[in-house]
Write a protein that binds this ligand. Structure first.
Ligand code: UDP
Length: 490
């Protein structure tokens, strides 16, 4: 079913790549179903999505990408600091939150002038003030978590059952009540541990309050992947949880895949051409997300691991401080010379979905950020897992222990925000090479893993097709918006 043109869904993403990218895709999905979609963001962020949004609009999807200036000066941030492209220090994070709070008034002013009037807000969990905005307009607000339901539920249950209190050891894996069998996590790996609690205290309460006031939850995931967690979470919170993904699958043509988020590095074209020359399913794609910059010594260790494994690879290295130190190390060890013909380095932003969709890619070394994980699933890839922080260890457990499509490099504890560049080696070269070799192995385990990944990729695709679970959920969200909550019982 499609929505009449009077349904107007407003999207307010958190200003970070891993949060904006999926929400912009989601807006395009709702627009493709006939709703009017408005996305509020700031000029620097709008620039990254303008081309894609315009292309969708030309295809008849009514999307409004609205720029609200970000008050950097007013809150004491450097000019242009409009997104979390890099993990911020606690001080910067607080200022950044203050800056985002200042978007509320101009957004509400703009909204008041819109026709059709807004009918619903889908906003990031962290945009807590949008709850108030929704109340002012008398419309529902749905919370968007940039996570899977599995990890949202695990966080809920850890808290609900007071798991942390009863566990004394930091490194002893324990089970969480109400989670699928086989799920274990350690206290050290719980999401809260990577951010220093006190830095966040001011906002934590407001975020929770707004979450409780929300009418529903929208996630970028799909039913067949969640192992019963959607129903369980709905029951736990007493409201609807809609999984409408994998949203990245709305990018069907090459140019959309190529332009998600930042502008692709100039190395990207070369990489795509090189991939064309490689055997199907032979190359490992290595990328640790948009936020984290690891210490040069740790990155070099990763490089050596890639060198030691005999597998062809594409390695994405984020730009950031310490570039020259890493470049020196790479030069000293004649890295690119040694892996010539077998490995490609992309410095800067990679067109990740375009690369993962290339038939030459056969595996993904990922930090288990939820978007990356799901994009790997969509491309039917087995994964080497190297979680860094937040809920990434939970995603790792889902990928390895529940879905059976991953091999751990074996990290025990998260990187703490603000300390990620410390010169400690978290993972050794031989562990990296070992995990990659296991991933591509022709033994029974390796074959089974690839088979499961292929099946899951197929399920992901089906979920987004006509009659698929996620496609139907979009219809249900639209129905809810049009008819109100009475239509459907939880
Ligand atoms: N991404 C990309 N190119 C890069 C790095 C990341 O396109 O070089 C995209 C990736 O496809 C994903 C998002 O950025 O959609 C990162 O989100 P994720 O949840 O994986 O991790 P985060 O960056 O939030 O840690």
């Amino acid at each position: 079913s499609s929505a009449p043109q009077s349904v107007h869904v407003v999207f307010i993403p958190l200003l970070a790549q891993g949060h904006m990218i999926p929400l912009v895709d989601m807006a395009r999905i709702f627009a493709s179903r006939g709703a009017v979609a408005t996305i509020y963001t700031t000029p620097v962020n709008a620039r990254r999505f303008r081309t894609t949004v315009n292309r969708s609009s030309k295809l008849g999807m009514p999307i409004r990408l609205v720029e609200i200036p970000f008050p950097c000066e007013e809150v004491g941030l450097p000019i242009g600091y409009e997104n979390l492209d890099i993990l911020p220090s606690p001080e910067l994070l607080t200022k950044f939150y203050n800056g985002m709070g200042k978007l509320q008034e101009p957004i509400e002013k703009h909204l008041r002038e819109q026709t059709p009037a807004p009918s619903c807000i889908i906003s990031d969990k962290y945009i807590f003030w949008s709850s108030e905005t929704a109340q002012r307009f008398g419309i529902p607000r749905f919370v968007f978590h940039a996570m899977c339901c599995f990890s949202v539920l695990s966080a809920h249950n850890v808290k609900h059952f007071n798991c942390s209190d009863s566990i004394t050891s930091d490194l002893e894996p324990f089970e969480v009540p109400g989670m699928p069998k086989g799920f274990k996590i350690t206290k050290a790996q719980l999401p809260g541990n990577s951010v220093r609690q006190q830095d966040f205290e001011v906002f934590r309460g407001k975020i929770q309050e707004a979450e409780m006031a929300a009418q529903g939850v929208v996630l970028n995931s799909f039913d067949e992947l969640e192992n019963g967690c959607i129903k369980a979470y709905q029951k736990a919170i007493g409201k609807r949880v809609w999984c409408v993904g994998p949203v990245s699958l709305c990018n069907k043509d090459e140019s959309d895949m190529f332009q998600r988020g930042n502008e692709a590095s100039s190395d990207a074209e070369k990489c795509m051409a090189w991939l064309d020359s490689m055997k199907p399913r032979s190359v490992i794609y290595v990328c640790l997300g948009s936020l984290c910059r690891l210490a040069p010594s740790q990155l070099m260790e990763l490089g050596r691991g890639l060198g030691a494994s005999q597998q062809p690879f594409v390695w994405v290295i984020r730009r950031g401080e310490g570039d020259s130190e890493l470049e020196n190390l790479l030069m000293e060890e004649r890295f690119e010379e040694r892996v010539k013909g077998r490995g490609i380095v992309i410095r800067g932003w990679a067109p990740q979905v375009a690369i993962l969709s290339h038939q030459a890619i056969g595996g993904f070394l990922t930090h288990c950020g939820w978007n990356s994980t799901l994009e790997g699933v969509c491309s039917a890839l087995p994964m080497v897992t190297w979680p860094l922080f937040s809920e990434q260890f939970v995603n790792e457990a889902l990928v390895v222990d529940i879905l059976g499509i991953g091999v751990r490099v074996g990290v025990k504890v998260p990187v703490r925000w603000g300390e990620e560049r410390k010169n400690v080696i978290l993972v050794r070269e031989d562990e990296i090479a070992r995990a990659i070799d296991a991933l591509v192995s022709e033994d029974e385990e390796g074959k089974e893993r690839r088979k499961r990944a292929a099946e899951l990729g197929e399920k992901a695709r089906r979920a987004m097709q006509e009659g698929g679970s996620s496609q139907s959920e979009v219809s249900r969200v639209l129905q809810y918006i049009m008819a109100g909550p009475t239509q459907e019982a939880v």
